[in-house]
Design a protein around this ligand. Structure first.
Ligand code: AMP
Length: 120
């Protein structure tokens, strides 16, 4: 599968509100926020879906969750709490085929999320 818009954000070819970056990952504000805080945490190396996470990717995927906690503590909502979501394929509501952790925070969050976006 070919590259996505997230590769362009990684290469800084299109703008994004980047809140965190390191050698392995990038975190930026979602362009269509579903909560007062809505960030996307992505690996710089593209993996299309969670189905494609291999044994060699475990450290990288774990790193995304480490970054989520780090941002939550730095931005001050770690104690109140937040939600981390990875959507996979059509029924999961995935629209960008470069894995990403949605970090949602800033208010009590309803459940289930995104039901209006499912294509069934
Ligand atoms: P998903 O639907 O789980 O694949 O999530 C993809 C997310 O990427 C959506 O929440 C979009 O709003 C978000 N998104 C798409 N394009 C951009 C962009 N250029 N900058 C920031 N977020 C984006």
């Amino acid at each position: 599968m070919s590259e996505t818009i997230f590769d362009k954000i990684i290469r800084k070819e299109i703008p994004a509100e980047i809140v965190y970056e390191d050698d392995l990952s990038l975190a930026f504000k979602d362009i269509n926020p579903q909560a007062p805080v809505h960030l996307l945490i992505i690996p710089k190396r593209r993996i299309a879906t969670t189905n494609d996470i291999g044994l060699d990717d475990r450290e990288l995927v774990g790193h995304l969750y480490h970054v989520a906690g780090k941002i939550a503590k730095e931005q001050g909502f770690a104690e109140d709490g937040y939600r981390l979501v990875m959507n996979c394929n059509n029924h999961g509501g995935q629209t960008v085929y470069h894995i990403h952790v949605h970090l949602l925070a800033g208010k009590p969050l309803g459940w289930p999320p995104y039901t209006d976006r499912l294509k069934v």
